[in-house]
Design a protein around this ligand. Sequence first.
Ligand code: SAH
Ligand code: SF4
Ligand code: F3S
Length: 451
Amino acid sequence: MKKVHIKSYGCQMNVYDGQRMADVLGQEGYVETATPDDADLILLNTCHIRERAAHKVYTELGKLRDLKRERKAQGRETTLVVAGCVAQAEGAEIQRRQPAVDLVIGPQTYHRLPELLAQAKSGRVVDTDLPPEDKFDHLPAPKLAAIVARGVSAFVTVQEGCDKFCAFCVVPYTRGAEFSRPVAQVIAEVERLAQAGVQDVSLLGQNVNAYHGDGPDGRVWTLARLMRRIAEVPGIARIRYTTSHPRDMDEDLIALHRDLPQAMPFLHLPVQAGSDRILAAMNRKHTGDEYRRLIDKIRAARPDIALSSDFIVGFPGESDADFEETLRLIADVRFASAYSFKYSPRPGTPAAELSEQVPPTVMDERLYRLQALVEQHRQEFNHAMVGRTVEILIERNGRHSGQLAGKTPYMQAVQIESAAHRIGDRVMVQIERAGSNSLFGRAVEQPGLAA
Ligand code: SAH
Ligand code: SF4
Ligand code: F3S
């Protein structure tokens, strides 16, 4: 039996892609292994978003070259594959820097993996095509057993690529132009997931709320329409979507947070910065106040919604005053959580050419202050849950025996002690305590609500 080890870096879409590659390789007789040491095929599914992420790949490849040599000395062959966004961005350069790499494959040609692996037997191969055919038409549906093994929450890519061209970002270059999967294809995939016990789906896209897929009625469907249809799939109890762009939050999608019970009260809506001058330089196409007004509308539809964002500190030209504007926006909105990053110049992006790069020590200090403020709001949001009773979807066993771990509708991790429940149950839980990373609660009797 041939074994494959897949290591995914970066965003949730890479995790999903890793699963789809495992599915296609499964058809070729590969089984997955958690360690590289016993793998005949090692696949790094890479991320190019910041310099550090891209750099990690080469460090890892150095180690894998040594492993490949050791295995060779024992008479075992190892095929080394680099997939993902670094593959798309750097192509043949990867094999120039690390000749042990057999195959470089970009995100839009994963359906060609079997034929490319066959070609790679007789020499190194690079495929960073953006082909006209749709890879999803050619990727096999996952086996039911594979879905079950992945748990009750699953990702489904519905949209890929980005046409927004934020000045700092490589994604439009690594993932290509915006593309939406047809509705029927998405529904078929969700139905299959539901058959295998999935109850919680996260719809993925670099700009997921720009979704405009071909509907079965010959019309173009929006994300809101797609979500309403997904909510009709028996067994699907929770629907989330990520990542959205503020410009594409339409009225219909906002209303869905009020009207559709399966739409979870959680929204990741990156704003990046608070200063209008910086937002314009970033080519974000919205101001700080437009974002605030949008948040007001969303909260009017769903007052308890948990909001999350991404922030970049130290974008070229960001002054102290600009940064204070970011803190002011955070104080106004009060996010339940957020990711924040120091600006990293990326080759080929417009912002990398700008003068006035912000010194690293200034970025460090800004990041520290921003994270402290976000953390304060996150803790307040979590502590406000104490005493409330909410539905938890149990996703896995907890750290200790008798413990189960799940998520609130707001995406918070919760631990409960219970011998009576199991993975996949939806159970009403009274929150008793908020730890720094997890809530703790107790199942309360609510007949009919548990799954
Ligand atoms: N819309 C995308 C965003 C991908 S990048 C999505 O699907 O998630 C995730 C986050 O990384 C961005 O929101 C941004 O905050 C950050 N980021 C992107 N490029 C960056 C760069 N050059 N330096 C630092 N952070 C960056
Ligand atoms: Fe990158 Fe901006 Fe597109 Fe998000 S919207 S993927 S940050 S270019
Ligand atoms: Fe990274 Fe590509 Fe995702 S650059 S964040 S893996 S889209």
